[in-house]
Ligand binder design. Structure first.
Ligand code: PGU
Length: 460
């Protein structure tokens, strides 16, 4: 990767031509809106003829209706269902035993402190975000004793949660890294191919999950990364792989690291679940730390959506671990050029909550206890669901429910069985058979077990 220099010529020509196209579209939209408000509702000055439905022609008449998002659309469908027994196990969002969203006590406390501090203002943050937040985030994922941090080789920017961090990293790589191919695991979080593809990277997959063993296809993974072109980017889930709940062992991670380094591949970690897999923040960061410690370069996207329950605050960070402090500072200067035209600078509130908690020893401690309680509740749901299926004599080996890690169980149910469970039992989940264990409670386990039992015995 190279730093320095100004914006590339191709980028400046892209922005000027696209801004005039955008201007034309905007002008057409403004004309349309002005026309409809001036003329009541139906006829518009700029476009007087009628479209196929009798409504005035729209500049957007050519649009086809886009399908709902495969994950967030599950919540849309759930919200429309009037059934009192409905259960949303689609989106990965933590719920309490009572089925309610949880705001951590430590987060409430931090927010109270922020509100009470009248010296706090709402000025713009710098383009790279809140400085304390960035330093503390790098420390959280790389470890307090990280040589890369001590040697100032890490460039960290605050971004819009995990997704925004991935997108900024991807845009940066598309602009400044010589290899544009990124390998993502098969399967992976459904948004990965879109985030990377739209940023201009070419997306390929590597084998990851073996449906036969419901475990890692380690041989396939090594073969696919082994035949990737030198320098290719590799997306790795730091822990609690989504959707499979299957992670490499530490020994396997070490083999992956050696292969990646020997082929000069560039690792890009997605860390959306630090602390959620094992309940321990350090254990869940081990994969990333192995790579950061060997002196090589890597990218890490962090999200505080799950581990601090800050979903809607959209708070996350992108760190790029570089070979030298000089490269890291040039990387940061270029990250600013990626961010500035995208959203200018990030929001202040969520990052202030995180920084308040991470920099205070007792609040940090309180956070780890609350985090562990969330992880343990999820683990206990695994056991309860497994026991419930066993007591019903549901055909099949369900031990993967207790073996898999993190927020999700990749049940192995097919899309027909999922559709059946939604129709007959009002249970909402993604069509790949993934269920969010964090959405379950002791009260709802029997209903889910009944539904799975019926699906397995009645739908092929
Ligand atoms: N990376 C992975 C692996 C994820 O699972 C998620 C969220 C993200 C990144 C992005 O999270 P942020 O909210 O941007 O920090 N996946 C959840 C949440 C719903 C969604 O798809 O955004 C899920 O249910 O898969």
């Amino acid at each position: 990767m190279h730093g320095g220099g100004n914006t590339s010529p191709s980028f400046s020509s892209f922005s000027s031509s696209s801004s005039s196209a955008a201007d034309r579209r905007l002008n057409a939209l403004v004309r349309h809106l002005e026309g409809s408000s001036l003329n009541g509702s139906r006829s518009i000055a700029a476009s007087p003829t009628s479209g196929s439905h009798g409504a005035p022609n729209s500049v957007f008449d050519h649009l086809v209706r886009a399908p709902e998002d495969p994950i967030l659309g599950v919540t849309v469908a759930y919200n429309k269902d009037p059934s009192p027994v409905k259960l949303n196990l689609g989106v990965g969002a933590y719920r309490t035993e009572e089925g309610k969203p949880l705001v951590l006590n430590v987060v409430r406390r931090a927010e109270q402190m922020l509100v009470n501090d009248s010296s706090r203002v709402k000025e713009y943050l710098p383009i790279v975000g809140l400085s304390d937040f960035n330093k503390l985030s790098a420390k959280l994922i790389l470890g307090a004793d990280s040589p890369a941090i001590q040697e100032n080789r890490v460039s960290t920017v605050q971004c819009l949660s995990g997704t925004g961090s991935l997108r900024v990293g991807a845009e940066f790589l598309a602009r400044h890294y010589h290899q544009h191919t990124i390998y993502i695991p098969q399967p992976t979080w459904g948004n990965h191919p879109k985030v990377f593809g739209l940023a201009g990277l070419s997306v390929k997959t590597y084998r990851y999950y073996d449906p036969a063993t419901r475990g890692l296809n380690f041989q396939g993974l090594l073969e696919d990364l082994g035949s990737a072109p030198s320098g290719a980017i590799v997306l790795l889930h730091a822990c609690a792989h989504n959707p499979t709940g299957v992670d490499p062992t530490i020994h396997q991670w070490e083999q992956i690291r050696q292969l990646i380094r020997s082929k000069a591949l560039l690792p890009f970690f997605d860390s959306a679940y630090q602390g959620f897999a094992s309940g321990n923040l350090d254990a869940d960061a081990e994969s990333v730390r192995m790579f950061a410690k060997d002196g090589g370069e890597c990218l890490v996207a962090q999200s505080y959506a799950k581990n601090m329950g800050l979903y809607g605050e959209r708070v996350g960070a992108l760190s790029i671990v570089c070979r030298s402090a000089d490269v890291a500072s040039r990387v940061e200067s270029q990250l600013k050029l990626v961010i500035r035209p995208m959203y200018s600078n990030p929001p202040i509130h969520g990052a202030s909550i995180v920084a308040t908690i991470l920099k205070d020893r007792s609040m940090y401690q309180e956070w780890t206890i609350e985090l562990k309680a969330m992880a343990e509740r999820i683990i206990s749901m695994r056991q309860q669901l497994f026991d419930a299926l066993r007591s019903r004599g549901t055909p099949g080996d369900w031990s993967h429910i207790i073996k898999q890690i993190g927020m999700f169980t990749f049940t192995g149910l097919n899309s027909k069985q999922v559709a059946f469970m939604t129709k007959e039992y009002h249970i909402y989940m993604t069509s790949d058979g993934r269920i969010s264990m964090a959405g379950l409670s002791s009260r709802t386990v029997p209903h889910l077990a009944d539904a799975i039992h019926a699906a397995v015995t009645r739908v092929a």
